[in-house]
Each structure stands twice: as C-alpha cells, then as structure tokens.
Design a protein around this ligand. Structure first.
Ligand code: MLT
Length: 318
C-alpha cells in the first residue's frame, strides 16, 4: 500500500524529502496551500503534516475519509478539532521539544525589546527623527518575572532571565514547588500572587477552558501597576479589549504579542494599533534549527506510526 502524505503548510523540505525517499509514501507538499486546494487534495490523504496555518476542523475532516493520522510540526494542537479527530480514530501526534529553545530565546528578545523600546526607536530613526528622550527604558536586573506555565518553555525562559539577574516567580497547577525551584522559579500558590508581584509577565500556557482569557479585566486589575506583558504562547489567553484598556490607562506599561486569536489578525485587531505594543507575526519558533527539528520529528513519527504501528507523542483529548 502507498501512503499519501499531504503537507499543506510550509514545513521544512528535509521532512518531506525523508518521507518521499521511502517507496511506501507519496508526498504532496507544494507549501502554503490555500484552503480550497487542501480540501481538493485531502480526500486521498492518509496523513497530514501541519503547522499552525491549516485548521483541521469538521469540514476538513469530512472531506478526508482515508485520514489515519495528523502530525503537528510544533506543540499546539489548538488548530485541530481533537475531539472530532479522535472520535474518528485519527491519531494526532506533535513534536513538543523541538522549538523550546527558539521560543524561550524569542521571549527574552521580546522582553528586552519591550524594556528598551527597541522597535519604537528603530521606527523613529527610520522616519528621520533623532529622539534620545522618548524611548528611555528599564533595566531587567532585580525585576520580577512572572512565568505562567512552567513547562519546557517556561523553564528555559527562567534560565535565561536568571542570567539577567531577574527574580523568577511562577504558577502552574501541574508543577510542584520543588521542581519549579530546580528550574530557578519560586512557585506561587495562585495566579493572583504572581500578578501582584510581577514587573514582567510571560505566558507559556496552553489554551483550555480554564486559561482562555486568563488575562482579562479582573486579572489586569490585580496586577502591579506598570507591569509589562509578553505573549508568545497563544492569542486566546488574552482578552484583547481588556488589555487595550489597561494599556491605554497605564495600568499595563507595555505588551509584546507574537500570537493572535485569529492568524493573521484582522487589521482592526486592537493590540495592533497601540504605541506601547510590540507585535510580530507568530515568529517565536521560526528559526532554522527549530523548523528542521520539528519537521523531521513529525515525519519520523508518521513513518514509524504508519509503517510499524509505533506511535509516539500521541496527543489525547484531556
Ligand atoms: C507551536 O505550537 O509549536 C508554536 O506556536 C510554533 C508553530 O506554530 O509553529
């Protein structure tokens, strides 16, 4: 039997070459496929490799009668209707480790850019100004970094923030105080305690019914005035209307966002139009190293699963 692997998103060539070199596989990977083309091709596909651009929803699943597996080259599977896929017996796998360092480093890059207004200074000089006053910043040394979600990425962020002599505190119901301490993070008993102490807050949580809009009008009020917020996790963690109001009032001094509830965000997405917000197009995992690692791992997961029934990194619905 020949397995047809459809790769609608831009996934590193080394992964598709790896699969295409195996006689049992036929690979369709034109890169960046528009939705109508995905719908036209998916009928014959036995497996998909996706990043975040393709939404695997009821419509796509209904058009995919032969689909056996979905491999996410990355961590988040929020673009997959997991319940529907699992109910159909489709196996969903992901590659949670491959982009950890890229994402942690990017979080630090956003934090430094936020602390020192680097994009604003760049834009000002590019526009012909020479303003050394408007963009005065803050030092990170001695400031407290609140880390929401102390998994792989949160821990790597802490390691790097420690090098800047920041005090790292955090919250994660699934991580105990001892293992947080090993990662250089002082675990707090509640989100509220983190909000009250943090000068910078960085989000590294999945979107679940509990975490959706965790940054909202109520939580923003509990935060230390002048806090700065970084989100390189998922856009839906933030209620953008509430954050916009807090940025306008000064309760929040600045925010850096790399992720959006809808990607790309609409032009009127409120956080795109504020002077104290830095925004980038979901770049945290976009390094050569990370993209090669997650793509090859996704391809190997499908190869071993489809050919030997050896399924690893299987995502469940809970
Ligand atoms: C992930 O979930 O792994 C990241 O958001 C990166 C990506 O979507 O490629």
């Amino acid at each position: 039997m020949t397995w047809h692997i459809l790769v609608p998103d831009n996934v590193n060539r080394r992964a598709t070459d790896l699969l295409a070199a195996i006689p049992d596989f036929r690979v369709t990977a034109p890169g960046n496929m528009p939705r109508n083309e995905v719908l036209a091709e998916i009928g014959s596909a036995h497996a998909l490799i996706i990043r975040s651009a393709t939404t695997v929803d009821a419509e796509l699943l209904a058009a995919a009668p032969k689909l056996r597996a979905i491999a996410r080259a990355g961590v988040g599977v929020d673009n997959v209707d997991l319940e529907a896929a699992l109910a159909r017996g489709i196996i969903v796998v992901n590659t949670p480790g491959g982009n950890t360092i890229s994402t942690a480093e990017y979080t630090l890059a956003l934090m430094l850019a936020l602390a020192r207004h680097i994009p604003q200074g760049h834009a000002s000089l590019s526009a012909g100004n020479w303003d050394r006053v408007a963009f005065g910043g803050v030092e990170l040394q001695g400031l407290t970094l609140g880390i929401i979600g102390m998994g792989r990425i949160g821990r790597e962020v802490a390691a790097r923030a420690g090098a800047f002599d920041m005090v790292c505190i955090g919250y994660d119901p699934y991580v105990d105080a001892r293992s947080a301490h090993t990662a250089g993070i002082e675990k707090q008993d509640s989100l509220e305690q983190v909000f009250a102490r943090a000068d910078f807050l960085t989000l590294h949580a999945l979107v679940t019914p509990e975490t959706r809009h965790m940054i909202n009008a109520t939580s923003l009020e509990l935060m230390k005035p002048g806090i700065r917020i970084i989100n390189a996790a998922r856009g839906a963690l933030i209620d953008e209307t509430a954050l916009t109001a807090a940025l306008q009032s000064g309760q929040v001094a600045g925010a850096a966002v790399d992720v959006y509830p809808e990607e790309p965000p609409p032009v009127d997405y409120p956080l795109l139009n504020l002077p104290n917000v830095i925004h980038t197009p979901h770049l945290a995992a976009s390094t050569d190293g990370a993209q090669v690692r997650v793509a090859i791992e996704a391809a190997e997961l499908l190869r071993d699963g489809l050919l030997r029934d050896d399924w690893r990194n299987v995502v469940s619905s809970d």
